[in-house]
Ligand binder design. Structure first.
Ligand SMILES: [Zn+2]
Length: 194
């Protein structure tokens, strides 16, 4: 129960902080499009790659709103243009990733529930992902702070460093992932549709 209350509190904080336009799920997605708030800021979508989702519309609405807020703060307060490398990820693709990339199997990652995305920065039309580049690393660290402020968990603090990764830990997804770890994938698939 404690986790549920914590999540509710975070949601309420988000609603107060960002107003109903962002927290109330009123962002209207055209398919394959960015939320209008981001399109207005000239945020770019990377070219399509087969099997990789880079759209906000495939994400959980609450997470998408928080992620959009993060993009806005990063651009307006810190001058970093952000872009999504991968958002929603199918269980099949998760299973296909090597253990050098991720430790999670299908339905064991927030990506499968539309509650995680890997993002990076654009500089002079170039995608910047390398943490050994000082400008990029500074961006990741700022992103980590902004992510926390909008109730997201950042992957840059983990033992298995995932600097571009943020996720929203909902009780439903936590439960679904615990089921998946026990091998109950059918239950996890049902919960993934929530
Ligand atoms: Zn990720």
């Amino acid at each position: 129960m404690k986790g549920i209350y914590k999540n509710l509190a975070i949601t309420l904080i988000a609603a107060v902080t960002f107003g109903t336009s962002l927290a109330g799920g009123s962002i209207k997605h055209k398919h394959e499009d960015l939320p209008p708030e981001l399109a207005e800021l000239n945020i770019k979508i990377l070219p399509k790659i087969k099997g990789i989702s880079r759209t906000f519309s495939k994400l959980n609405k609450d997470y998408a709103n928080r992620l959009a807020s993060m993009f806005i703060v990063m651009k307006q307060q810190h001058g970093y243009d952000m872009t999504m490398i991968e958002g929603h990820r199918t269980a099949e693709r998760q299973d296909s990733l090597s253990s050098g990339v991720t430790q999670a199997k299908g339905y064991q990652s927030y990506h499968q529930y539309g509650l995680a995305a890997d993002c990076a920065f654009m500089k002079n039309g170039k995608l910047m992902t390398d943490p050994s580049d000082p400008w990029t690393m500074k961006g990741y660290k700022l992103m980590g702070e902004v992510a926390k402020s909008v109730g997201l968990v950042w992957g840059g603090n983990w033992t298995f460093k995932d600097y571009g990764h943020t996720e929203l830990r909902t009780p439903q997804a936590k439960y679904a992932m615990s089921m998946a770890r026990k091998g109950n994938y059918r239950n996890s698939m049902a919960l993934a549709a929530l």
